[in-house]
Design a protein around this ligand. Sequence first.
Ligand code: AMP
Length: 213
Amino acid sequence: MNLTVFLGAPGSGKGTQARRLITASSQFLHFSTGDMLRTAISEKKPVGAKARVFMEQGELVPDAIILEMIEETLTPLHRDTRVILDGFPRTLAQATALDLKRTTRVNLCVYFQLPEKSLVSRIAGRITCERCEESYHLQFIPPVRAGICDKCQGTLVQRADDLESVALHRFEIWQEQNEALLKYYNEANRLCEVNADRDPDIIQQYLLNVLGA
Ligand code: AMP
């Protein structure tokens, strides 16, 4: 299996780029742990009930819950599959477990780099499709019709954890964990940084090149 992880702060555009990549190239599968958890909550699955209280407060869901979910997702996949993991790993323990538990280690870590001041405004203006999780930005990436997803016509809402108070806490937690993760992938020469403060089309082209797609 070819595993690529996308690291970056909440709102850095990693989910948007992962969704663009799977549309541009059928070689990839995209798994977002945040999307998986939100689906588990809406489908009233036990894992959703466990995760919900942490998510509502902007806290990380415990590693054991996340690692079990990732194992269940990756284990059935064919060994030639190219996978993009978005929002995982979030902690060093998750990163090392991912490398140790599987026969294939992570091949590449793409880090979406953005200045701090851009991040806060990105999260604050983010609106997300209730149905397909596509995200937009009130100012930078507005939908064609206000409040309606361009892709699936679903309703656009502000995620509860994107409200400013929770979003700031998520950002602090991300900062606490991020350095150790970057160091971990950098030491193994698996880190690639992308300037995420650019036009999404340019970032996409760059990623297609880096991933050889
Ligand atoms: P995201 O959609 O990636 O911003 O994730 C939303 C929320 O889901 C996070 O704030 C966490 O509460 C939880 N979550 C998602 N992925 C992880 C992970 N890898 N480890 C722990 N918690 C996670």
